[in-house]
Ligand binder design. Structure first.
Ligand SMILES: Cc1cc2nc3c(=O)[nH]c(=O)nc-3n(C[C@H](O)[C@H](O)[C@H](O)COP(=O)(O)OP(=O)(O)OC[C@H]3O[C@@H](n4cnc5c(N)ncnc54)[C@H](O)[C@@H]3O)c2cc1C
Length: 326
């Protein structure tokens, strides 16, 4: 079976997103098991540091054209075709972002390749490529077998460990010719920045998560205060979102985001499997819950059996003392 892997490195204004390195980490593990050849397609212009950051790959295909800096699905499609023609992938890995998902769908339609969206895991087996896909907002997980190549997989952020793919090295840079683009039916005309105050939870090293135990919307205020002192952000379990106390973008879990911060503090969260799925890989998990039998303590590194509404002010006070004495 063709086990060559092509990873599409989407370029955002903020840089290369972590999901690209997650994909590379997984590709690296597959290469160790199956001897896969790994290529990265990077919309340029690319710096030497960026190319070196793809050390997990054998080569980096750089393509420079207008559509790379102001990308549209149609604009990027031609580059994916060029990269695929050069590397003959058995597996094309795309981040499950809006743009890359569109490019993946167009590529699959053009070539007849099998496409699996919203993947949270995948593997190469004797029978073909297996993938686990999260569907209907996380309500069901579907195991898929793709028995022909190439398989095109759109993978959700948080599926794998980002640091596994953060390997510096000397992959060969290969310049792809700037594609002659057809008349594009869609053009990016302006960039609308995200609403101020909204944060990319996947990038935050410290997350303070509130559950139903926080009791009401007003109580989230002191957790916000603590989060700002710790350079972190506030997120939540589903009931908090369902009540409208925080926006949907802050939900962690099966039907929300998967996150891997360095520190995850869970205030009044029971630890239902659907929530734990989204945070279990955090570096350090600290749970605060009045019920010492709450399942969250099974995944926590440190647990405090106490009222979150006592613990948060106590932490704020302790931090204040630290600041005063330094
Ligand atoms: C298909 C599906 C998808 C789902 N997706 C998600 C998802 O993405 N994310 C998600 O979170 N859930 C999801 N859920 C819901 C999930 O099953 C749980 O219902 C939810 O996670 C429970 O949230 P919670 O822990 O905040 O609330 P509860 O389970 O009600 O727990 C509240 C906890 O707070 C503690 N507590 C109460 N008062 C205090 C206090 N003063 N101080 C400290 N602790 C206190 C209690 O002891 C309790 O353990 C999903 C469910 C389904 C069926």
């Amino acid at each position: 079976m063709n086990t060559n892997i092509l990873v599409y490195a989407e370029r955002l204004r903020s840089g290369i997103p972590g999901i690209v390195y997650e994909l590379l980490g997984k590709a690296r593990a597959l290469a160790e098991a199956h001897g896969s050849d790994i290529s990265v397609l990077l919309p340029g212009p690319a710096t030497e540091e960026e190319v070196a950051s793809f050390g997990a790959a054998h080569r980096v295909l750089i393509v420079e054209h207008d559509a790379a800096t102001s990308p549209t699905p149609e604009g990027m499609l031609q580059s994916v075709h060029d990269a695929a023609a050069l590397t003959q992938p058995g597996l094309l890995l795309m981040p499950a972002t809006t743009l890359a998902s569109d490019v993946a769908a167009l590529f699959a339609a053009d070539t007849g390749a099998r496409l699996v969206t919203n993947c949270i895991d995948f593997d190469i087996t004797h029978d073909g490529i297996t993938a686990c896909s999260r569907q209907y907002g996380g309500k069901i997980l579907v195991d898929v077998l793709v028995d022909s190549t190439p398989a095109v997989l759109c993978v959700l952020a948080g599926a794998f460990q980002e640091q596994e793919g953060c390997v510096t090295g000397t992959p060969s840079p290969v310049k792809l010719p700037s594609p002659v683009l057809p008349d594009q039916r869609m053009r990016a005309t302006r960039f609308i920045p995200p609403a101020p105050g909204d944060v990319d939870l996947a990038q935050m090293p410290v997350l303070l998560s509130v559950g139903r135990g926080i009791q009401n919307k007003e109580n989230i205020g002191i957790v916000e205060e603590l989060a700002s002192k710790l350079n972190g952000a506030v997120c939540a379990s589903r009931p908090v979102i369902d009540q409208g106390w925080l926006p949907l973008t802050r939900q962690i879990g099966r039907s929300g985001l998967m996150v891997k911060p360095r520190v995850y503090m869970a205030f009044g969260i029971s630890g239902a499997p659907e929530h734990v799925e989204g945070m279990k890989d955090a570096g350090l998990i600290i749970a605060i819950n009045t019920d010492r039998t709450a399942p969250i303590f099974n995944v926590a590194h440190y647990g405090v059996a106490a009222d979150a509404l006592d613990v948060v002010p106590a932490l704020l006070e302790a931090l204040e003392n630290v600041v005063q004495h330094t």
